[in-house]
Ligand binder design. Structure first.
Ligand SMILES: *Cc1c(COP(=O)(O)O)cnc(C)c1O
Length: 478
């Protein structure tokens, strides 16, 4: 039994590309969310695996019959939930190229190109985002492509544990005095990282917000740090979020680094969704203070036209992650690593193996240009500004928090909090049940809020207008 002959691959590959093109051309006509019951997909598939090989055409038929009707269509122009996951067709081609090369980029020596293309792209993006030279390879820092912001936060925490222990962590592990500072709005991946690192939930310190906001109070952080140090505890990491998942709130990075400066604590900026907006000079202020942090993460797979997974992580000290994570068994020894002249990205992540993710990112940057990426971001910010203005002008609707970039959070407001809360929830359910749009929610000050995250690859003005018509039409009293 051999693999596909390259000529046969060519023929089948065209069929697969045709299938994807057809799917994308028609995705806007499908209901965004499938109407399937749990277990339906399993009930449609045979219990046993085929003994004999079958034609690819039969598999594509199964995609049409079983997979498409049971898929939440993240590339639908009416997808406004969570944060949309951009899987531009440029990036799909890049993923195919990466799979075609089929390399393992764990060490420089196992694929020099996989490593160095990634280094060049991350340096270029550090510059394009305005992160500053400290995060580039020439400046002593460097960037990597992780699978997700969650993994990026975990490795930042591990590097922080190592550094704040004075290098003892690798040998002795944790001792129960470690503390990690977040807010109630911080992404749950930080709490998970704390758990995975073995610190236990007691290590999490939830810093209160500044009055009247959802952003971390730097003053409260300063007090907590001082009190913890006085109590013999060890501040390990402060996570500042630029663009929280719930409402897009922005923690004051510059003020936070001012109060963390006297301590050895590591400052990580989680800008998973919003960070890419700094490509546009008018949003550069999102990064105020970032030149003083230890690590910065933003996802290319949320709003930067790149199919999951591609989370961009930069650190100011290129030695920090290898110091914490590097382990070299004999079978990985090689002269390039021993020379110290190369980067081995396995030391920047938990797993050993890694994909050539940079190809996908390269295909995107090549295909759109930075100009095209800025236009994509700006288009969605402008649509969100329009939607927010319609909401503000509409009796019975209010913005729950100020618009943040392309995220608009609103609720119904007629003056009766309990009735409004029920009506807001019912409105969300009605719009989602229509199949034309998908919205998700959060809770702000104990009240339900509808989130409209504009950012899907295919979303245009007409889709936002249609959403607004439907929201108005589905509201009580309309
Ligand atoms: C989405 C999100 C994450 C998690 O991102 P993944 O890359 O999917 O792990 C983390 N932080 C924030 C602020 C997010 O919005």
């Amino acid at each position: 039994m051999t693999d596909l002959d390259p000529e046969e691959f060519r023929r089948l590959g065209y069929a697969v590309v045709d299938w994807i093109a057809g799917y994308r051309a028609g995705v806007g006509d499908l209901p965004v969310r499938p109407a399937v019951e749990p277990g339906w997909v399993r009930s449609q598939l045979p219990d046993t695996l085929p003994e004999a090989p079958r034609e690819l055409g039969a598999l594509l038929g199964e995609l049409d019959r079983v997979v498409v009707p049971a898929t939440t269509h993240w590339q639908h122009p009416g997808f406004f939930g969570y944060f949309p996951a951009n899987a531009s067709l440029h990036s799909v081609l890049g993923d195919l190229l990466s799979g075609g090369l089929g390399v393992q980029g764990m060490l420089w020596s196992t694929s020099p190109a996989a490593t160095e293309v990634e280094q060049v792209l991350l340096d270029g993006l550090a510059d394009a985002l305005g992160l500053g030279p400290a995060f580039t390879w020439a400046g002593g820092g460097g960037g990597t492509i992780a699978d997700s912001a969650s993994s990026a936060a975990l490795v930042a925490l591990l590097a922080a544990l190592h550094r704040t222990s004075g290098g003892a962590w690798r040998e002795s592990g944790v001792d129960g005095t470690e503390r990690v500072y977040v807010t109630a709005e911080t992404h749950s991946s930080l709490a998970k990282a704390v758990r995975v690192a073995g610190l236990g939930a007691r290590a999490l310190r939830v810093v209160p917000p500044s009055p009247g906001s959802l952003a971390m109070s730097a003053d409260a952080l300063a007090e907590m740090l001082a009190a913890d140090v006085a109590a013999g505890l060890r501040p390990v990491l402060v996570c500042a979020t630029v663009g929280t998942t719930g409402t897009g709130a922005v923690d004051p990075v510059a003020a936070i680094t001012a109060v963390t400066a006297p301590h050895r604590v590591w400052v990580h900026v989680d800008a998973a969704w919003a960070g890419v907006a700094a490509l546009c000079p008018e949003h550069r202020d999102l990064l105020d203070g970032v030149e003083h942090v230890d690590s910065f993460c933003t996802d290319a797979h949320k709003w930067l036209m790149t199919a999951f997974d591609a989370s961009l992580l930069w650190v100011r000290d290129a030695a920090a992650l290898p110091d914490a994570l590097s382990i070299t068994p004999e079978y990985l020894r090689n002269s390039a690593t021993d020379s110290g002249a190369v980067v081995d990205y396995r030391d920047w992540q938990v797993p050993l193996g890694r994909r050539f993710r940079a190809l996908k990112l390269w295909t995107v940057i090549h295909g759109f240009g930075l100009e095209g990426l800025r236009a994509h971001l700006r288009g969605h910010v402008a649509l969100a500004a329009e939607l927010a203005s319609w909401i503000e002008a509409e009796p019975g609707f209010v913005l729950a928090v100020p618009r943040s970039l392309s995220l608009v959070c609103f609720r119904l407001d007629t003056g009766d909090p309990d009735a409004d809360d029920r009506a807001t929830r019912a409105l969300l359910e009605r719009v989602n049940a229509s199949g034309t749009a998908l919205l998700t929610h959060t809770v702000v000050d104990g009240r339900h809020v509808v989130r409209v995250a504009i950012g899907s690859v295919a979303t245009e003005r007409e889709h936002v207008v249609a959403l607004w018509d439907r929201l108005r039409g589905a509201a009580p009293g309309s």
